[in-house]
Design a binder for this molecule. Structure first.
Ligand SMILES: *Cc1c(COP(=O)(O)O)cnc(C)c1O
Length: 496
């Protein structure tokens, strides 16, 4: 047995959800080195220095930014966990592919390489590159959306919802109830509530142009969808003649969860599982800034010729000619390689284990978290973290600011700041949950970086009783979290 197979099997199956596979009990492995440590399956070739500022310098930066971490220059951030989007480290093979980029306007070699990689995975006929995921959404929903229509999903990601609604169409979520409860334990919290969907379709199917399935379910905490749920969904939709589209930014992480958590899937390769996921769908949109290790990029893939033709016409209007769609040829080459690398199980084993590692250590410290660990991020439940700060005073913002001030760790508030709104009398209408997301960029940070993050959270958690809330002192009309200003609510965050 090859040692790599052992490392895939052994430590990756230790969570309560994962199939119990202990290779040390298998006679074939006896006497072989079977480590508990999951190592990064790469070594470092190029280094980028980390900014290491003093608390005083960060305090100054925070004041300048009106306590909005989106306004803090990245040069002041030591560990940046704001997003896993576009922040991946590319491999030597990707950088080598970049040198082979073909920058021809039409019919570039790079496009055909990219198309082949997308088709190998998805099996879909038409491949339309875009500069990122939301460009694919905008084009698709301009073609199929519109007034009077409705698009159901497990949970729409915010840009997807915005693009569906921008077309005049309704966007509705049908995730299972466990998917909305931060404390519920369920191996596939991204699953669709099929009964609820069917009941709704019985009344509304005629105005549904397609259904979106987000894998993994980003807005629900990076939680996966099971193959069983996907198959049943497929069957249900076929009965109504409704096409299924995957929003597949993290398809490989989803396939890894299927492999390790779903009965009967452990013997299959992640690539095979991914291919099956795509075969169950009629189309896919991808933000290639996630599981394709791209710093930019996306695509729309589908089988229906007439829709593809309309989408390509719109693409020419805003993105560019259909063989580059807003990207440089070299980007397409890097993405083609990334799509192959991401289904490498040594990588996925490390990826999911490193997220779970942070989650488990914080859970052991008693830090309130969204359960279980997601694929790309760990979510702190700020309402339980700061029970003395009311949701109207944005407890997630407090945790986020404190992590940055004390340790230079940048996270993102996903709660009242992002999804709440200011009422006419100036009070806040809070969001359903106040979370702080620690998103983990792919292949960028090592375990010691994560140990530092864990210490930072512990430090802030220990002084939590001294932390207060924040008021929003100035805000724009829409998407306020990016640019609004904050004021501490009767306390001095810099002095505690
Ligand atoms: C990131 C993301 C998008 C949007 O993609 P961009 O590349 O940021 O435009 C859409 N859906 C999901 C699930 C995402 O995670």
């Amino acid at each position: 047995m090859h040692p790599q197979e052992i490392s895939i099997l052994s430590p990756c199956s230790s969570s309560s959800h994962e199939a119990e596979v202990d290779p040390r009990k298998d006679p074939r492995y006896q006497g072989l080195f079977c480590p508990d440590t999951i190592i990064e399956p790469f070594k470092v070739k190029v280094v980028e220095p980390l900014p290491l500022l003093s608390r005083e310098e960060r305090a100054r930066g925070l004041k300048m930014a009106d306590f909005n971490l989106f306004s803090v220059p990245a040069e002041e951030v030591t560990i940046d966990l704001m997003t896993d989007s576009g922040t991946s480290a590319m491999s030597q093979a990707q950088w080598a592919a970049i040198m082979q980029g073909d920058e021809s306007y039409a019919g570039a070699r790079s496009f055909f390489r990219f198309k082949e990689a997308v088709q190998d995975l998805t099996g879909m006929k038409y491949v339309i590159p875009t500069h990122q995921g939301r460009a694919a959404e905008k084009i698709l929903f301009t073609v199929v959306g519109g007034k009077g229509k409705a698009v159901p999903a497990n949970t729409h990601f915010d840009t997807t919802r915005a693009n569906v609604e921008h077309s005049g169409c309704q966007a509705l979520d049908f995730v299972i109830p466990e998917g909305l409860d931060p404390e519920a334990e369920h191996p596939f919290k991204g699953n669709v509530d099929l009964e609820k969907l069917e009941a709704w379709l019985n009344e509304n199917a005629s105005r549904v142009p397609l259904m979106v399935l987000t894998v993994t379910n980003n807005s629900g905490g990076g939680q996966p969808v099971s193959l069983k749920n996907m198959k049943a969904l497929r069957e249900l939709l076929q009965g109504f003649n409704i096409p299924l589209f995957l929003d597949c930014a993290r398809f490989a992480e989803n396939a890894w969860f299927i492999k390790t958590r779903e009965p009967g899937q452990n013997h299959r390769s992640v690539k095979e599982i991914s291919q099956e996921m795509f075969r169950l769908a009629d189309g896919a949109m991808m933000s290639a800034k996630k599981d394709a290790f791209g710093n930019i990029g996306g695509f729309l893939a589908l089988n229906e010729e007439s829709i593809a033709a309309e989408c390509r016409n719109l693409l020419i209007l805003t993105e560019g000619f259909p063989t580059y769609g807003g990207l440089a040829g070299r980007d397409l080459d890097a993405l083609a390689v990334g799509l192959e690398e991401v289904v490498d199980e040594r990588y996925l084993c490390y990826r999911i284990a490193s997220t779970r590692y942070v989650w488990k250590r914080l859970d052991d410290l008693g830090v309130p978290l969204l359960r279980p660990a997601g694929g790309h991020a760990v979510y702190i439940d700020a309402r339980r973290f700061l029970p003395h700060v009311p949701p109207s005073l944005c407890p997630g913002q407090t945790v986020s600011v404190a992590l940055f001030l004390e340790a230079g760790v940048r996270s993102v508030e996903i709660g009242t700041v992002m999804f709440g709104r200011t009422l006419e009398d100036g009070r806040q209408d809070p969001a359903p949950m106040d979370l702080v997301r620690l998103a983990i960029p792919r292949r960028v940070y090592t375990q010691s970086h994560m140990d530092y993050v864990i210490e930072a959270v512990r430090f802030v958690f220990e002084k939590r009783s001294r932390l207060g809330g924040f008021r929003i002192s100035k805000e724009p009309e829409a998407l306020r979290h990016f640019t609004c200003s904050f004021e501490p609510a009767d306390w001095d965050p810099l002095a505690i």
